[in-house]
Design a protein around this ligand. Structure first.
Ligand code: PLP
Length: 443
């Protein structure tokens, strides 16, 4: 009997009673390799002694002080550290409690920036189909996943969606990657011109699409072209790195690999590694200055912004990631995982694509490899894979909605940065068995 409204009411959840390194343990002591870090959260794995010690120390010193009265040493230290390593121009940061809040803050910063700088007519948001930016109403309006949005539509602000850069689905036969990247980015310019450039506030995108599509990076050159288009029309570029950021793809920020710096950038999951709920919005100096030289405030705020315990967890996590050179391991183990997935699924009759960057990999399932037709969603393939994987001691993040938010199954892998090659091999072995067992039930 539970009194909690769990997200899936009949899910019959096991109880997580402990965690150590890359493993979680249930109430019966059974271990599960945490191969997706929950939802790309647990970058250091579980029970890291340095983070636990930092949390104890912070709780002893200061657990909470309201930000209308005080800042805190730990929040200032974290800001200093993150801004020092941020993409060019992102000189300021705003701390919140998670990804959706970070996206909400970015949208409101964009809007307030244009109000403060005398362009109040700029209020339109352009985003992409097959994207997820969170579940609060502003973030949900921005995301392009129809299944998540459908029943809440009357409450959602109008957002304009263009196709994502998704080579497996949208690159035409005979079209080069460069041609495809240019064509795909052109959809943004076309949409800006259609809406009227002077009315558009921001373009929002995930550099590597996570939850809705399963680790889909854009092709080379796409984001550089996007940056040029935003600059040409004075539109702010908001990159949502809540899932793909903070080292997950092998560089601290995924957009580094695309050679662009946004005007606003959100991060969350890997920032605190799950030790505390924390997210952040980076903002360009010119946006900060517009507020500083204008109204003198950012008209927003939550009770728990800059929470000292959350900042202490994030600071400790980021120090360990840097000290132990874990991004080197993300690159090495990411390459190993990609190789192993290719070997296991490269010729699989029901795997259409294996893609991703670093320790952020996606496997897309199809009923027919030739036509790329997905399985009927009523067969709930992704839920079956999840169940079969759990039965084999593997926690992975299979999801539906890869195509148009309602059809298509994929599996997202995002293991902790500390994973080793032998554990990667076990992940792929168990995943292969789980996929085969689940497909045997539906094919
Ligand atoms: N943005 C992206 C890209 C995400 O993947 C998510 C969560 O999966 C969010 C925003 C929302 O973050 P949260 O669940 O912490 O509110």
């Amino acid at each position: 009997m539970t009194r909690i409204l769990h997200r899936q009411i009949d899910a019959n959840l096991r109880t997580a009673s402990g965690g150590k390194g890359v493993e979680l343990f249930d109430q019966d002591g059974r271990g599960y390799i945490d191969a997706s870090g929950g939802a790309a959260v647990s970058c250091l794995g579980h029970g890291h002694p340095d983070v636990v010690a930092a949390l104890h120390a912070q709780a002893d010193k200061l657990a909470y002080a309201h930000t209308s009265f005080f800042t805190s040493e730990v929040a200032e230290a974290l800001a200093e550290r993150l801004v020092a390593d941020a993409p060019a121009g992102l000189d300021y940061i705003y701390f919140v409690s998670g990804g959706s809040e970070a996206v909400e803050a970015a949208l409101k910063m964009a809007r307030q920036y244009f109000v403060e700088t005398g362009q109040p007519q700029r209020a339109k948001i352009i985003a992409r189909r097959q994207s997820y930016h969170g579940n609060t109403l502003g973030a949900l309006a921005t995301g392009g996943n129809e299944w998540r949005r459908a029943q809440f539509k009357p409450l959602l602000a109008e957002t304009h969606h263009i196709d994502p850069c998704y080579a497996y689905r949208y690159q035409e036969p005979g079209e080069s990657e460069t041609e495809y990247g240019t064509r795909s980015a052109q959809a943004l310019e076309d949409k800006i011109l259609e809406l009227g450039p002077e009315t558009v506030m921001a373009f929002v995108a995930e550099p590597v699409v996570g939850a809705t599509a399963g680790a889909v990076p854009a092709v080379a050159g796409y984001f550089r072209r996007i940056r040029e288009i935003c600059d040409r029309y004075g539109v702010l570029l908001i990159l949502d790195e809540v899932m793909c950021g903070m080292g997950r793809t092998g560089t601290l920020h995924a957009c580094e690999q695309d050679g662009v710096a946004p005007d606003l950038m959100t991060v969350a999951k890997g920032l605190g590694g799950g030790y505390q709920p924390i997210g952040a919005t980076f903002l360009a100096g010119r946006i900060y200055e517009a507020f500083a030289n204008g109204s003198g405030l950012f008209q927003h705020g939550h009770t728990y912004i800059c929470h000292p315990m959350a900042c202490a967890a994030a600071l400790a996590v980021q120090e360990v990631v840097a000290r132990d050179r874990l991004l080197d391991n993300v690159k090495a183990m990411g390459a190993h995982l990609s190789r192993r997935l290719g070997e296991r699924f490269g010729n699989h009759p029901h795997v259409g694509d294996v893609r991703g960057r670093g320790l952020f990999m996606g496997v897309e399932l199809v009923e027919d490899r030739g036509t790329k037709a997905p399985f009927d969603p009523a067969r709930k393939l992704n839920a079956r894979i999840k169940r079969e994987a759990m039965n084999r001691g593997l926690a992975v993040y299979p999801a539906g909605g890869t195509i148009d938010g309602s059809r298509g199954d994929h599996i997202l892998l995002a293991p902790p940065f500390i994973i080793d090659a032998a554990t990667v091999d076990t992940v792929v072995e168990r995943l292969g068995e789980a996929v085969d067992a689940a497909i045997a039930q539906v094919a």
